[in-house]
Write a new protein. Sequence first.
Length: 468
Amino acid sequence: MKKERIALVLSGGGVAGAAHIGVIQALEEYGIVPDAVVGTSAGAFFGAAYAAGMSPVAMRQTALSLVQDGLNAFLDPNYAGLGEAIATLNYRKFDGYLLGERLQHVIGQNLRHIKRFRDYPALSPDEKQRKRVKDFYVVAVNLGDGVQTVFCPPHVVQAHPDSVCHGMRLCDQLSIAEAVRCSIGLPSVFVPYTCPLSAHTPACACKQVSGRPAGPERYIDGGARDNYPLTVAVKVAEARRVIGVNLNLNPLDPVEVAQDSGVPTIMGRLLTIFAHDQFEADVNDVDVVQASLITLDPAIYNVALFDVEAIDWLIERGYQVAHAALGELGASPQAPAAENLARLFPPGRHHIYHAQAASLHEPATEPAPLAEPDIVNQWVRRGYVAFAGAAVVIFGIGGLLAFWLRYLGATSSNDAVLFITGGAIFLLNVVLVSVGIGFWVYGLLGRLWTRQLSRLRDVVDRLRARQE
């Protein structure tokens, strides 16, 4: 009898995706090792290292080391795009706050045994098992033709001569780090990934889908089409046993977007709405209903898109939720893996485990983002306010000068407006640079101050503990 493939499905969710690491660690303690890993956005980011052979313990250590490095280690603002948009007064020149190149580099550094999808054929089944390598599937959306694209190993693409499976494009051309970069491209937050042009082949060389317009290959977040890709696991990876983590099953809370809703929050909220509807459609899909499915909902709240300080708590949260769910379904860490699999995956059963915060031990490191003021963010906001105020004043003065010159008998009102507008833009750029330098300096000082204060508190706590 042919072995039923097991797929691990990891949803998007920003930094909250760190909970995937804890879930993976718990699954392995129960002897559950997937044959395939399917990820969208954050799920692709954290799933890539696991699929390429990294252990969950090593993943946890790496994630915590990133926290120590700070946001600047893996976030790269799109200063060039912003500057060009301001200088040319053309908003089309600005297509995202972050470039995403540093994140792509971080992913590439943490891939153990597989760097490109086309490396898979070089590994024998024994090598894959020994090196802990799993088939990896990354979901993204092609902006050119709107088709959901699944980056996957070559044998999957070769099984479909037209490179299309149930309307999804299959592609094995990119490196794994590039494919993950495609999948994490949250619109307006990240610049869409553009495949490098080649003189001999089309960009990325992913096959065009019949009936869809051809165009440049630019990719955005896979969550725009499927944030919890169950259908990819069942239809493309051909898994009949699926266990997944869905970070977007939380009820929609209107308070979250009542105030201080920046672009990342709004876009994240939009993808959450899409994810709710997509999940309802996927669980009723004609092929998915025939699979055995376990969905874990860690019920994570109040964690921002880039709240890296919460990573330790998130990993622990995922670990606890997975243990609670597996125990509820009758599995045991002491039982053989085959016995646990039989209990967890009876034919055709769908189980959704919604975590209840009150039923789980909350670690002392649980984040409380509203409890203490973030000095760095305060100075960033002050910089934005100063910039906006300066812009209003400059353009107001420019308008008044334009009227003044007009009534003094300027030769051409257009020349006067052009002169004043040019001067205003020049002054605006000066102010922008000054404010930018200012709030980055104050932000750096704030970060150093908070770190030193934290260390001082640790020293005081140790001294008190010794005295007691």
